[in-house]
Ligand binder design. Structure first.
Ligand code: UDP
Length: 329
């Protein structure tokens, strides 16, 4: 693995949850970072001022802005996207267009200047495939495209196709990364993600809303482990032209998660089962199981997650309590 020091990375969506942690990791080792973010779901407060950090407020749909910033940087990491199941369901059209056109704009600029680009995709790609640990070549099983839920998966699949075909047909150095459930400090509870939502309910004494019967399972990775995986892939020449899963391998049901959160917070809250239709609207289809196979990433880069679910919850609970004491603006 080689790392050329003092490169400049353009991170679209860099003031979001994952982007801000990746920014921290790159700055910490001496690289420079330019963040492009429209602050739709990202927050300026996620970024700590640093002499090698430049923040630009703008959209990945702004072709001229993207062109100029890509030209100024050595490597591009494309994280900007409309994310979060609730947001996608609330604004399906805007989400779909942002996630396709934005990616196309950023990839085209990377191609114009021959910049290496890492495009982030999602475990939603696998849809309802509830098989054992999902390898990168596992089948996609999707419901109707009429359901907004699956339009997100489809938009991200288009992004992957763009990245892969630009690599194969035009020689652009691209890497595709499928992020599984990623949690930890700075994740906003505003977009319905389960860990920040349940943790805040527990520390404020509200019932923990578990959707469906709570038997659906997920694997939760600490965002700093995920950022470490991204950095390793960016550094590795062997990653170019490839697709990788990043995620934890400890599988937990949402009901077990809720009980663990109640226990760790010493909360008086109970657990309330909420039907999917009430939570997301009629016809919603959840993934009943989502477990990544990360063998490919581990074999190439030596990556493995270092933090446990308990580590993650300890940090998330502490952050929620601190925010309760001094609310974030
Ligand atoms: N979920 C829940 N209560 C909440 C939010 C989410 O039970 O308040 C469930 C959701 O239905 C899903 C799982 O938790 O089965 C993970 O949801 P999240 O939105 O965090 O991520 P997803 O894996 O669905 O992308």
């Amino acid at each position: 693995m080689t790392h050329s020091p003092r490169r400049t990375y353009l991170i679209t969506g860099g003031s979001g949850f994952v982007g801000s942690h990746l920014t921290d990791a790159l700055l910490a080792r001496g690289d420079s970072v330019v963040v492009l973010d429209d602050l739709s779901t990202g927050r300026l407060a996620n970024l700590t001022p640093h002499p090698n950090l430049r923040f630009v407020q703008g959209s990945v749909l702004d072709t001229l802005m993207v062109d100029e910033l890509v030209r100024q940087c050595d490597v591009v990491v494309h994280l900007a996207a409309a994310v979060g199941v609730k947001l996608i369901l609330k604004e399906p059209l805007r989400s779909f267009v942002t996630n396709i056109r934005g990616t196309e704009t950023v990839i085209e600029a990377a191609h114009r200047y021959r910049r290496k680009i890492l495009v982030t995709s999602t475990s939603e790609i696998y849809g309802k495939n509830a098989g054992d640990a999902l390898t990168e070549s596992a089948d996609r099983i999707l419901g109707s495209p009429a359901l907004a839920k699956w339009s997100y998966s489809t938009a991200k699949a288009v992004d992957e196709i763009l990245a892969n075909t630009y690599h194969k047909e035009r020689g652009l150095p691209t890497i595709v990364v499928r992020l599984f459930n990623t949690v930890g400090p700075r994740q906003s509870p505003a977009y319905g993600m389960v860990v920040p939502a349940l943790v805040r309910q527990a520390v404020t004494g509200l019932p923990l809303t578990v959707y469906g019967d709570g038997t659906q399972t997920r694997c939760f990775a600490h965002v700093e482990d995920v950022a470490d995986g991204l950095v390793r892939l960016l550094d590795h020449e062997g990653a170019v032209g490839q697709t990788f899963n990043i995620g934890a391998n400890h599988e937990v049901s949402i009901l077990e998660l809720a009980k663990l959160i109640v226990e760790m917070t010493d909360s008086t809250s109970g657990v309330e089962l909420v039907p999917y239709g009430e939570a997301y609207g009629e016809g919603f289809e959840d993934m009943v199981r989502r477990v990544p196979d990360t063998t490919k990433l581990r074999e190439l880069t030596g990556w493995s997650p270092r933090r446990t679910l308990e580590d993650i919850l300890t940090e998330t609970i502490a952050e929620a309590r601190a925010e309760l004491a001094a609310p974030r603006r």
